[in-house]
Ligand binder design. Structure first.
Ligand code: NAD
Length: 368
């Protein structure tokens, strides 16, 4: 049997720093669990532009299509802010998502007990929180045509188009229902069916997929603005939330903050199954390249480590190893280790990026 294959694209800023800690964990799985990954590396974002004049080469794109999973760090930085739109670092990431057709973006918002005090919400509102936002990622207003800035009379007009086909809604709805079956069996679909035709179609199609294929899953519908309020009021009422690209972008960022720090949040972007039955998949932390702390050993590697845990669960069918890794992270936090982004006012000294990675590896050792 061939080894599972991984393409690592560490990217810019803190990307390579947090990815170095994931490499320690990949090595641990090889040494201690007998699971050797076939790991290759490539460039994406600003570093790819510096080396090749493009944020993603065709070769790297082709490799991403071949492997079982892609693990990405982060892209971007002030050095690239004035580049032409077509070669900006983010275009590399958008190309990966588009060409791999990664239509379902999974963003868990999970509150580790040790960090419940860290949220801006009250402890009882967030302690034990475990919700999953499924955001449609390859269509909707970020991609719809017509788009652009046009002359109209004696002024300019900016246009973007929200557009969804039935099949685009069906496939992301299926992703949400499948996930719910592996969790607490509830899906809440969010749109603005009251004011948007695309929202009305979204609601109808999600309901139809439910009734025909997933009647065992509990389905509710909510307007996205009300959903945003409910997320802040009592987030534990949700299990899986499914929503479109634009609302998902906003709602998942808001949900992210329920749990404390950007440095804790993983994500997965999944597409259709490949010939081997595994979904096309890209795993990445939610945070960006954090240029303000890059190169200082301050970055929290946990978001990237938890992204790898999601890869174990969703690409490699290693759910118990994913649990083991998540428990190792939980233990390290319960032991009081904190990177600088997780510090409160209690005078705890922060640990560095690599000290946090080493502590997770030690907790993995202790789990054997
Ligand atoms: P950011 O996520 O990089 O940083 C926001 C704040 O959170 C900063 O103060 C940063 O220090 C902190 N932070 C982020 N990740 C952290 C971590 N792991 N540990 C500790 N602190 C962390 O967002 P930004 O500042 O808006 O963007 C910076 C650059 O990243 C921009 O070029 C932006 O385009 C890019 N970006 C990339 C991605 C991506 O690669 N997916 C996502 C968002 C932003």
């Amino acid at each position: 049997m061939t080894n599972p294959s991984l393409l690592i694209l560490a990217g810019d800023g803190i990307g390579p720093e947090v990815m170095a800690e994931v490499r320690k964990i990949i090595d641990w799985f090889g040494a201690k669990r007998g699971v050797s990954f076939d790991v290759s590396e490539g460039l994406v974002g600003g570093c790819a532009y510096d080396a090749h004049g493009t944020p993603l080469t065709d070769e790297t794109m082709a490799r991403a299509q071949e492997v079982d999973a892609v693990l990405l760090g982060a892209v971007g930085g002030p050095k690239y802010d004035n580049l032409d739109f077509s070669v900006k670092p983010e275009r590399g990431l958008l190309r990966l998502r588009k060409e791999m057709d990664l239509y379902a973006n999974l963003r868990p918002a999970q509150c580790f007990n040790a960090l419940a005090d860290f949220s801006s919400l009250k402890k009882d509102v967030v302690a034990g929180l475990d919700i999953m936002i499924v955001r449609e990622l390859t269509s909707g207003i970020y991609f719809g045509e017509p788009r652009g800035i046009f002359e109209e009379g004696n002024e300019r007009v900016g246009i973007n188009t929200q557009r969804y086909t039935e099949s685009e809604i069906e496939r992301v709805a299926r992703s949400a229902f499948e996930l719910a079956r592996r969790r607490n069996n509830r899906v809440c679909s969010m749109e603005k069916a009251n004011v948007m035709e695309s929202g009305l179609l979204w609601r109808e199609v999600v309901q139809k997929v439910h009734d025909e294929e997933y009647p065992d899953v509990e389905l509710s519908h909510m307007y996205a603005d009300a959903g945003a309020m409910q997320l802040c009021r009592w987030p534990k009422q949700f299990d899986v939330i499914v929503t479109d690209n634009l609302f998902g972008d906003l709602l998942s960022d808001a949900a992210a903050m329920l749990t404390g720090s950007l440095g804790m949040l993983p994500s997965a972007s999944l597409g259709a199954p490949m010939a081997n039955g595994r979904p096309k998949a890209l795993y990445e932390p939610v945070h960006g390249s954090a240029p303000d702390i890059a190169g200082q050993g301050k970055a929290n590697p946990i978001a990237c480590i938890l992204s790898f845990a999601m890869a174990l669960r969703y690409s490699f069918d290693m759910g118990s190893d994913a649990d083991r890794l998540e428990k190792a992270v939980e233990k390290v936090l319960a032991d009081g280790l904190r990177t600088a982004d997780l510090l409160g006012e209690d005078g705890v000294q922060p640990v560095s990026t690599s000290e946090m990675g080493d502590a997770v590896v030690a907790a993995l050792d202790a789990s054997l």
